[in-house]
Write a protein that binds this ligand. Structure first.
Ligand SMILES: [Zn+2]
Ligand SMILES: [Zn+2]
Length: 258
């Protein structure tokens, strides 16, 4: 299974893109840079999209993806919490801000089909098995454990202020685990108020899992705020060496073979 990191930050600029991933060219995870980071041909290859939550940096490119691939490819199956799908349907593909792609037809039916998923539930897209784990955030949010046709598994937490134990204990043994760390330790109050992690908050999550006797996956950090990236990187390096857990940064256009 090949995971392409399209974005690894929480803000977009010339060199940073919203956190999202493309698996084997067909399965996308979050949509914040799905159009801006891909060619039209690559966009047309997307068959399914897993949404973690409704925030703009995770859904922004869904309307433009739908329009740019309208005639080029078949329907896109969009998975997410019911409340996430309702907000997306009523706000950004509502027929006012942009066309209603849940009604706008291709030869095979509506361009977007919405498929609600729940906490700890499995969904299947073809030969990909996807398990959702709910995480604490300022909007309802789920992370995903994705197992490919070859049986290999990775996971992505979505935006979260904690709640990582279900990913560490998932029987599929996901590795790498893409984890959000948005702020540096000096901004812990802001992180906690908005449901995000700092290196110190990640350390507490790792220590809890280690205390449970859980084997640690390779942690790859995304959703970094580029304004504080130097501090985040330095603080993560200390956590990594002190806990003896492999923690690295993911970057835009990084390809991870799993
Ligand atoms: Zn968010
Ligand atoms: Zn976000």
């Amino acid at each position: 299974m090949q995971v392409r990191v399209l974005g690894a930050h929480n803000l977009e600029s010339l060199h940073t893109k919203h956190t999202c991933f493309l698996v084997d060219g067909v399965l996308a995870v979050d949509a914040g840079s799905l159009a801006s980071a891909l060619t039209a041909e690559e966009q047309a290859g997307i068959e399914a999209l897993l949404l973690t939550h409704r925030h703009f940096d995770h859904v922004r490119d869904l309307p433009t993806l739908a329009l740019s691939t309208l005639e080029a490819s078949g329907p896109i199956s969009v998975y997410g919490l019911p409340e996430t799908l309702e907000e997306v349907a009523s706000r950004i593909v509502d027929g006012v801000l942009y066309p209603d792609f849940t009604k706008r037809m291709t030869e095979e039916g509506p361009k977007l089909s919405f498929n609600p998923v729940g906490d700890n539930e499995d969904s299947w897209h073809g030969t990909y098995r996807v398990r959702a784990h709910k995480v604490p955030h300022s909007a309802p949010c789920i992370g995903y454990v994705v197992t490919g046709p070859d049986g290999h598994t990775f996971a992505y937490t979505g935006d979260c202020g904690g709640g990582l134990l279900p990913f560490f204990q998932d029987p599929a043994g996901p590795s790498p685990l893409f984890v959000e760390v948005t702020y540096a330790d000096g901004m812990v109050e802001r992180a906690q108020a908005s449901g995000h992690l700092t290196p110190g908050l990640l350390r507490a999550e790792l220590e809890e899992a280690i205390a449970h006797g859980t084997a640690m996956p390779h942690i790859m950090v995304v959703h970094r705020d580029a304004r504080y990236e130097g501090d985040i990187e330095r603080e993560l390096r200390a956590v990594s060496s002190e806990l003896e857990v492999r923690i690295t940064l993911a970057y835009e256009e990084m390809v991870v073979e799993i």
